[in-house]
Ligand binder design. Structure first.
Ligand SMILES: Cc1cc2nc3c(=O)[nH]c(=O)nc-3n(C[C@H](O)[C@H](O)[C@H](O)COP(=O)(O)OP(=O)(O)OC[C@H]3O[C@@H](n4cnc5c(N)ncnc54)[C@H](O)[C@@H]3O)c2cc1C
Length: 494
């Protein structure tokens, strides 16, 4: 709340949420949770996004039913503390008890919940992209501008614009058969048919979405795929409920109290290995197995569902703890951990549904899926109008008509469009890139640190924008928990 200097009255705090994908919806949910608990002071909330993405963002928008959630139906919801809600909704609306359902169902569900929370909070939905953001230091307010409307002034802004640009490793953006962003899958060019040849760049979850869609809907007889290391996620294992002994908040808190808030890589690894030993898991050996290139680890995981269930539970708990304590490691220790373990932990946590695993394994066994080794370049030949996939030494491994880019987001934001809100905010030095990706921020208070204004206590980064400063705030669960902790700290624990 803020004192209005003109009238001497207490004014209602005005809040803007910019971007209403998972992060924006999670932020509104956090305010709603406070309201439900009778802890929300008088605030007024406006939120902004395009009509199309409102409440679901691009990842959970309308698309092919072949694009499945990779989180089980009973482990995801609009509120991380009420995860049965989505399963109930699926049963009521789609009469399904499937463990993994289409991503667009989750988007539809989120939009329904958003509508009802909006009414209860008396929030205002503004279907527009924010064009510009201007900080007024004397008023400590933000001026938000959308096209063809008067600017609006806010006391607090939640920056939830996580749809960062995709990477274009081979600089193919202006060539005719290149698809830079595969979503929505159903809008992939209709010319991609069973008669055409395709390469997918990437072997992560997005790439597997594309693969499954091309196999099942476009019925391609041959698909090429590659990534830098050709590593595939493992199967979604049998969930295991574990009582943790070493990876607990209490252990970390007590250590940090004793060691003046400094955690070390060696201590972290000791706890991880000790926790793994309790379940007969050799942590380092398993990490090496998971990191093998090709489909070997995925195939092996199908035979070891309980084993990987324990490992998944440990990886999840570790992530939840590191969400809070990442910044207590030195930069050198963070880098060491990322270099050695991060990729493997991501592959373990990204466990894929059986149907996706079968699509890969069957495809490879039938010769329909070709995993290309040691690719060093991908070029467009203007004369033949064909893409050539090149191996070390210049050998042409394959030639294809279409290239579908399914690599990750450019978390370092190197290639932002000048009109992008983040590009403008960077240009104004309101925000700054973190060396490890995302934005620089004050971690304990979850606000932006600006090169121009220092601590901007009323500008909060969310989701992918926290990458680098924080550890893995990128799943629905962690994004929601982060938003809830932030809003609680602002209004309840202040
Ligand atoms: C293909 C895919 C599948 C996934 N599956 C799962 C899963 O099964 N389980 C899980 O836990 N996680 C999953 N994730 C991860 C997780 O859901 C994402 O990390 C999350 O969606 C990121 O949310 P976000 O709100 O930060 O960004 P986004 O969802 O990208 O939303 C950003 C929003 O900001 C809006 N925006 C941008 N600029 C402006 C502006 N100037 N004004 C107004 N609005 C603006 C955009 O329109 C967009 O809607 C998946 C991610 C992807 C990509």
């Amino acid at each position: 709340m803020k004192r209005n200097s003109l009238k001497g009255l207490i004014a209602i705090e005005r809040i803007a949420i910019i971007g209403m994908g998972i992060s924006g919806t999670a932020t509104l949910t956090a305010y709603w949770k406070l309201q439900q608990a009778g802890q929300l002071p008088d605030v007024s909330i406006d939120y902004y996004d395009s009509l199309e993405n409102m409440g679901c963002g691009p990842s959970f928008n309308k698309d092919s039913e072949h694009a499945l959630l990779n989180t089980r139906t009973n482990e995801i919801g609009f509120d991380y503390e009420n995860q049965e809600d989505f399963q109930r909704w699926v049963e009521e609306n789609y009469h399904s008890q499937a463990a993994y359902v289409p991503r667009q169902w989750f988007g539809e569900y989120l939009q329904e919940r958003l509508k009802s929370m909006t009414e209860q909070l008396k929030a205002k939905s503004i279907a527009a992209h924010v064009e510009s953001l201007c900080y007024l230091p004397e008023r400590k307010q933000w001026r938000v501008q959308v096209t063809s409307a008067e600017p609006v002034y806010y006391d607090r802004v939640h920056l939830c614009t996580g749809d960062l640009p995709k990477m274009d490793f081979y600089e193919l953006k202006d060539t005719p058969g290149y698809v830079h962003d595969p979503y929505p899958l159903r809008e992939l060019p209709q010319e991609i048919t069973s008669q055409t040849s395709v390469v997918i760049i990437g072997t992560s979850l997005s790439a597997l979405d594309v693969l499954k869609y091309l196999q099942e809907v476009r019925e391609l007889s041959l698909i090429h795929i590659f990534s830098r290391r050709n590593q595939f996620p493992i199967i979604n294992p049998t969930p295991q409920a574990i009582t943790f002994k070493y990876l607990t908040e209490a252990t970390f808190q007590s250590y940090l109290t004793d060691y003046h808030g400094h955690l070390t890589y060696d201590q972290l690894l000791t706890w991880i290995r000790q926790e793994c030993q309790r379940f007969a898991i050799d942590f380092d050996e398993t990490i090496q197995d998971v990191l093998e290139s090709g489909t070997g680890p995925l195939r092996a995981s199908l035979q070891q569902r309980d084993f990987y269930g324990y490992l998944e539970a440990i990886a999840m708990e570790l992530t939840r703890i590191l969400n809070h304590h990442w910044h207590t490691l030195s930069i050198q220790d963070q880098d060491r951990f990322l270099d050695t373990y991060d990729q493997a932990l991501s592959l373990i946590k990204a466990g894929i549904p059986d149907s996706s695993a079968q699509a890969i394994i069957q495809g490879e066994d039938d010769g329909q899926l070709l995993i290309l080794p040691d690719v060093t370049d991908l070029r467009y030949d203007e004369t033949s109008e064909i893409y050539q996939i090149i191996q070390d030494g210049g050998k042409v491994l394959a030639e294809v008509d279409w290239v579908i880019n399914a690599t990750g987001l450019d978390l370092h934001m190197r290639d932002l469009d000048a009109k992008d809100l983040l590009a403008q905010a960077l240009n104004q030095a309101y925000i700054e890139r973190h060396h490890a990706g995302g934005l620089t921020m004050h971690v304990p208070n979850k606000h932006i640190i600006s090169p121009r204004f220092g601590d901007l206590e009323n500008l909060h980064p969310h989701g992918m924008l926290t990458h680098g400063a924080l550890y893995h705030i990128n799943s629905v669960y962690s994004i929601q928990r982060y938003a809830h902790e932030l809003v609680q700290a602002l209004y309840v624990n202040a």
